[in-house]
Design a protein around this ligand. Structure first.
Ligand SMILES: *[C@@H]1O[C@H](CO)[C@@H](O)[C@H](O)[C@H]1NC(C)=O
Ligand SMILES: *[C@@H]1O[C@H](CO)[C@@H](O)[C@H](O)[C@H]1NC(C)=O
Ligand SMILES: *[C@@H]1O[C@H](CO)[C@@H](O)[C@H](O)[C@H]1NC(C)=O
Ligand SMILES: *[C@@H]1O[C@H](CO)[C@@H](O)[C@H](O)[C@H]1NC(C)=O
Ligand SMILES: *[C@@H]1O[C@H](CO)[C@@H](O)[C@H](O)[C@H]1NC(C)=O
Ligand SMILES: *[C@@H]1O[C@H](CO)[C@@H](O)[C@H](O)[C@H]1NC(C)=O
Length: 791
């Protein structure tokens, strides 16, 4: 608890401070003057009261203000109250009616910039109080009625803009009160006379738009730090004569454009780097005239009257980077004129009267030859410019580009607005670095083959606008695609057709929309459609083939199953038949003591014998009625009563009837009886192992022959069987109930499903399986009987 209280106590001063700050901010905001905008929370805190027609300095201005703008009002007087604004850094009083500043400005200790321009201050004495501003760096007093800078004093002032005043002279002592001055603008003054002004610090002096006349060679001698002198538009200026010239050892920039100079006169400025001599009347550049300006990097001589450049005109300008000779009357440029200017990058020869391409020897990188009268140049013209990257030939009179113009470095070629009628297929073949080409504004009519740009791998911009294209849509398509795919290399809407008349004025796109979209695009679509349709047809065909195959297989399997079922049934019947026959034979052989008993258990018979079986059957001793009875009983035992079965039953009964009707000859019967008896005798002597062997054999034998082999086997061993079965015929020949048969069939089905292989395999498997199934019972029966007999 105590701790918490302590904490609270500690927090109290903090709270108080925050409250106070909030209150102070609120109070500040409350004192924003009428018709002013206050941004006191921003950095710097600002109050703007410009263009409000204020006639007096507004009351209650927050003393936190840093930037105060009172420009474009009607203020005639500033009171001492301004000293309250101690935080002021920038005070703008431009465009008012001020004639003076208050005598006391002592409290504006932070004021750095003071704008008094466009007032009616007539005398520097009226603003003498600026010398009380310890931080003042920049003073604007342009557009006032000052006659002199004398009397303006400040120990710290660095920049004075006194342009467009009424200053007529800059005397020896004019700058004495400004010992820190570095920049002085006197442009637009009626300045005529410059004595020898003194300033140890002045670096930048502008006396443009004055009426300077003659400058003595030592005029700048007391301005040792001067770097830039601007004397633009002093129409009567003379600073260099045959006998003397203005001098300054440190001057770096001199702008004497528009001064009617008839010679450059730069030899008094050994440090000069930038010389602006444009728009003068220089006609002749004597050989080696710039030889003393070894530091010169930029020389502007445009818009003079130069007619000729000799080989050594620019000798000695080893550092020259940009040379502007545009807008002169040059008809010839000596090929060697720029050979010494090894740093030259930009050479501007535009707006001259060159008729021939100047085959210069130069290391120039950008050559501007626009607006000349050049009608010819040849493939080797750029050969001696090993660094050329940009060449402008716009607005010349070229009718053809040279075949195989050679340059390994050229990236930009501008031949806009010439008279090109066609392009050679190898015009650009030797320009491997080409990135941009401007062919607009020529007289090209025929679509060019995109192959002409084959060698220009880096080409990304091709301007072709403003040509009178003849729109043959099939021809245009190829070049159009080259120009727009993958990205636009040109502005498609700038490609306008002139011919044929019906598409004149339309863009390529519009004129050829139908042609391109029906012929070319449609063809594409159609081929795609064809491909799709054929694919579909193929798919459908494949599907139907597969399904047909599948149904065929299923059908085959079903048929096979049915056949197998028939086979089993037949076998069963055959077996029973054999058993019955053997039994009968045994009875006959071993005597007829038991003849009173029924020879065959009627349950053993399942179905009537087939035709084949019926033929091989022994003649019945008993009446046909007895057989009838058996067959009827068998019919009752039939498990299936399907229509199919009924039909087969009918067939079978019919067959038995015919077999019954048939009577075998007595001889036949007798012969057979004899053979059988002999066989019985022979086989009784044999061992019982043979039987097993034969059974195994039949199991392994070819399933297709299984039926035949089983019948054979059964026939061969029938006597043995008889003898064996006779003892326990009841045990062995267990009557087959419908249920057991069903079970068997079910097993067959299941096995088939498990081995769902090819149809043929299934067939084999099923058959052997069925045979096995069929044989299992008899075998066990044999074994049983064996065991019983042996025991
Ligand atoms: C300036 O503030 C004073 C009180 O601080 C007030 O009386 C006066 O009306 C205010 N003036 C203006 C012009 O708001
Ligand atoms: C200005 O100074 C130069 C020498 O620096 C002198 O020759 C000249 O007479 C002076 N001009 C005036 C008006 O004093
Ligand atoms: C240029 O050179 C030719 C001869 O080579 C000479 O006659 C002419 O005066 C030279 N022109 C200039 C301006 O030096
Ligand atoms: C060459 O000079 C002309 C006219 O003075 C100007 O329009 C053009 O931009 C200059 N060319 C270059 C490359 O600076
Ligand atoms: C240019 O066309 C001419 C025929 O006009 C042909 O002989 C030449 O092989 C072509 N050159 C190229 C680079 O395609
Ligand atoms: C212009 O006329 C030509 C035949 O002279 C024709 O093939 C073409 O389709 C027409 N173009 C348009 C846009 O009507």
């Amino acid at each position: 608890m105590e701790e918490r209280l302590m904490m609270m106590h500690r927090d109290v001063p903090l709270l108080l401070i925050t409250w106070l700050t909030i209150l102070s901010i609120a109070s500040c905001q409350s004192v924003c003057p009428v018709r002013c905008l206050c941004y006191l929370n921003q950095m710097p805190s600002t109050i703007e009261c410009s263009r409000q027609g204020l006639q007096t300095f507004p009351e209650n201005i927050s003393d936190a203000v840093e930037h105060l703008d009172l420009s474009s009002n009607l203020l005639a007087k500033i009171t001492d109250e301004i000293n309250r604004l101690t935080e002021l850094e920038y005070l703008n009083l431009a465009k008012n009616q001020l004639t003076s500043l208050p005598n006391n400005l002592k409290e504006l200790k932070k004021l750095r910039r003071l704008d008094l321009s466009d007032n009616i201050i007539a005398n520097t004495a009226d603003i003498a109080s600026i010398n009380q501003l310890p931080s003042l760096m920049v003073l604007y007093i342009s557009k006032n009625q000052l006659l002199d800078l004398k009397g303006l004093t400040s120990e710290v002032l660095q920049a004075v803009d006194a342009g467009h005043c009424l200053i007529k002279a800059l005397g020896n002592t004019s700058l004495n009160g400004l010992p820190a001055l570095t920049s002085l603008n006197l442009a637009g003054n009626p300045l005529k006379i410059i004595e020898t002004p003194v300033s140890r610090t002045l670096r930048w002096l502008d006396m443009s738009d004055c009426v300077l006349n003659y400058l003595y060679p030592d005029t700048l001698s007391r301005l040792p730090e001067l770097e830039e002198l601007r004397l633009v538009n002093n129409p009567t200026l003379v600073y260099s004569t045959r006998y003397s010239t203005l001098q300054h050892p440190k001057l770096k920039r001199l702008d004497v454009s528009r001064c009617n100079l008839d010679r450059p006169g730069l030899h008094g400025f050994p440090s000069l780097m930038h010389a602006y001599l444009s728009r003068n009347t220089i006609r002749i550049l004597p050989d080696r005239i710039f030889a003393k300006n070894k530091e010169l990097t930029h020389l502007y001589l445009s818009a003079n009257n130069l007619e000729r450049l000799n080989a050594s005109t620019f000798d000695g300008l080893m550092k020259l980077q940009a040379l502007d000779l545009s807008a002169n009357n040059l008809e010839n440029v000596h090929a060697m004129a720029f050979q010494e200017n090894i740093d030259l990058r930009l050479l501007n020869l535009s707006y001259n009267s060159l008729h021939r391409f100047p085959d210069l020897l130069s290391l120039v990188t950008s050559l501007d030859l626009s607006f000349n009268l050049i009608s010819r140049f040849n493939a080797n013209s750029l050969e001696n410019m090993p660094r050329i990257r940009s060449l402008s030939l716009r607005n010349n009179q070229l009718q053809l580009l040279p075949r195989g113009l050679k340059s390994k470095t050229l990236k930009v070629l501008d031949v806009q607005r010439n008279r090109l009628v066609e392009l050679h297929n190898d015009s650009f073949a030797e320009l491997p670095s080409l990135q941009k080409i401007d062919l607009s504004g020529n007289r090209l009519t025929e679509a060019m083959d995109p192959d002409i740009f084959q060698k220009n791998r880096d080409l990304t911009v091709i301007r072709l606008g403003d040509n009178p294209w003849r729109c043959d849509c099939t021809q245009l398509y190829v070049i159009y695609e080259y120009l727009t795919v993958p990205v636009d290399k040109t502005v498609p809407s700038s490609l306008i057709c002139q011919n044929p008349a019906n598409v004149s004025g339309y863009s390529w796109e519009t004129a050829c929309f139908d042609a391109w979209n029906t012929d070319l695009y449609y063809n594409k679509d159609r081929t795609w459609g064809m491909v799709m349709v054929s694919l579909l047809i193929l798919l459908v065909l494949c599907g139907s083939v597969v399904s047909i195959k599948h149904t065929m297989r299923i059908k085959r399997r079903v048929m096979e199953q049915r056949r197998q079922l028939d086979l089993t049934e037949e076998r069963e019947r055959l077996r029973l038949l054999h058993a019955r026959r053997n039994q009968r034979l045994e009875e006959e052989v071993e005597g007829l003591e038991n003849s009173a008993e029924p020879r065959i258990n009627p349950l053993e018979l399942i179905g009537p014998p087939t035709y084949e079986e019926a033929v091989q059957m022994p003649r019945l001793v008993h009446s046909m009625d007895a057989l009838n009875e058996i067959s009827i009983e068998n019919d009752f035992l039939r498990p299936m009563s399907s229509v199919d079965n009924l039909r087969t039953k009918k067939r079978r009964t019919r067959r038995t009837k015919t077999s019954r009707k048939r009577t075998q000859s007595e001889d036949d019967l007798l012969r057979r009886e004899e053979r059988r008896q002999e066989r019985i005798r022979r086989e009784r002597n044999n061992s019982s192992g043979n039987i097993c062997e034969t059974v195994d054999q039949s199991q392994n034998s070819n399933p297709r022959n299984s039926r035949i082999s089983t019948t054979r086997r059964s026939r061969r061993h029938s006597v043995v069987d008889e003898s064996l079965e006779s003892n326990n015929s009841k045990d062995k020949s267990r009557p087959q109930t419908p249920n057991t048969r069903k079970k068997k069939r079910r097993q067959v089905f299941q096995d088939e499903h498990v081995t769902d292989d090819e149809a043929s395999d299934v067939q084999i498997m099923d058959r052997s399986f069925v045979i096995r199934e069929f044989q299992r019972e008899p075998r066990s029966g044999y074994r049983d009987s064996f065991v019983e007999r042996e025991s």
